[in-house]
Design a protein around this ligand. Structure first.
Ligand code: DP6
Length: 362
């Protein structure tokens, strides 16, 4: 598969104006993407659960303009103009222009809102970039005559990746792989694909309660973070380990091996943070309360034999993952023992979801 397959043939139709609304979820990586090459190509393959409740809804309105000179767009978050979002979208437009040659022909209004608070420390780039990519693909579909469903979703994932790597894993559910892996046929560095193998009932409807330990702006942007893997002394070993973990998780998911899942997922989370702690410059993105929570989870597991576990993003918040049949007991545990470590006692209940949805078309 090559990038060129996403360069469209000359469009056959013309569209003056209209709008599309898509909602797209966030996702949580089990095997992490950390380190990238040029053009948003990952250094290693990753796999994630698609989430259900944490999502972004974006309406893209477009009207044809006369000059083809510049990109022309405005951005609104929850109805308020957000000029500070513009540079990121401008960069995205530049990256995808070859694949969406209509971008300079329209004035765009991007209106976006998240179900989770902007200041929750939860990255909105995966849900936001995938929602925007889908809106743009809806427009391309109007302009072209031959856009199949499979091409639509694959190109939307390809475009989303150019906005933010992990965004390419948010379009479908419930498990998505991004990055070439030798045992996963069809896997690609260019876009996410639905996990193609059998998944045991134990992993259906898995839950993720996100404990908001630190709701501030990210201390290290993901771009800076990924760059720390260039020349990192342990980078090559880490990339190999991710390939192996992805091989191992195939068996774990098939067999319903909850203990294997816990061990692999927690190790991935701690390895991601270990990479940050051992890079130059170095960072500690966990907070004391992150460690308090991890220790509480470990002792709860030891005393109850629960299969609850944690994973982390590049920040201090903790994703608490557990099977559906433990919902009641784990919620009780969270409310009695973990809430005190969350900022203002806040957390978000989420679970596995099935991807993005077209909400409206005008
Ligand atoms: C730690 O997708 O945010 O969440 O491609 O620079 O936008 P960019 O990075 P981003 O990185 C996410 C890193 C991670 C792990 C993961 O989601 O796989």
């Amino acid at each position: 598969m090559k990038e060129e397959q996403f360069t469209p043939k000359p469009y056959k139709s013309s569209v003056e104006n209209g709008s599309f609304t898509w909602s797209s979820p966030s996702n949580i990586a089990l095997v992490k993407y950390w380190g990238k090459k040029k053009n948003q190509i990952p250094e290693n393959p990753s796999i994630s659960f698609t989430l259900n409740n944490c999502k972004t809804t974006t309406t893209l309105s477009f009207s044809k303009k006369h000059s083809h000179a510049d990109f022309s767009f405005e951005v609104f978050l929850d109805g308020e103009k957000k000029d500070d979002f513009k540079p990121k979208i401008e960069t995205f437009f530049k990256r995808v222009e070859t694949y969406l040659p209509f971008l300079r022909d329209y004035h765009f209004k991007v209106e976006t809102s998240n179900t989770f608070p902007h200041s929750s420390g939860i990255a909105s780039s995966a849900s936001g970039m995938s929602a925007l990519a889908l809106c743009l693909m809806s427009l391309e579909k109007e302009l072209s005559e031959d856009v199949s469903e499979a091409y639509f979703i694959q190109k939307a994932s390809f475009l989303a990746r150019l906005g933010s790597g992990s965004a390419c894993r948010s379009l479908e559910g419930d498990l998505v792989v991004w990055g070439k892996h030798e045992e996963i046929q069809g896997s690609s560095d260019l876009f996410g694909v639905k996990y193609p193998f059998e998944v045991h009932q134990n992993f259906k409807n898995y839950h993720d309660t996100i404990l908001l330990v630190d709701k501030g702006e990210k201390q290290v942007s993901s771009t800076v973070g990924h760059n720390l893997m260039h020349g990192h002394p342990f980078a090559q070993e880490r990339f190999k380990q991710a390939h192996k973990n992805l091989s191992d998780i195939i068996t774990i998911l098939k067999d319903g091996d909850l203990d294997g899942f816990v061990a692999l997922v927690e190790s991935e989370a701690l390895t991601l943070h270990a990479m940050m702690m051992t890079s130059i410059p170095y960072f500690i993105l966990m907070k004391p309360n992150t460690l308090e929570i991890i220790n509480k989870i470990w002792s709860y597991r030891q005393t109850t034999h629960s299969k609850v576990c944690f994973t982390l993003d590049a920040g201090a918040n903790v994703h608490v993952l557990y099977p559906e049949n433990e919902t009641e007991s784990v919620m009780e545990f969270i409310n009695s023992e973990l809430v005190e470590f969350c900022q203002k006692g806040e957390y978000i209940n989420d679970k596995i979801g099935f991807g993005a949805k077209l909400i409206n078309k005008e």
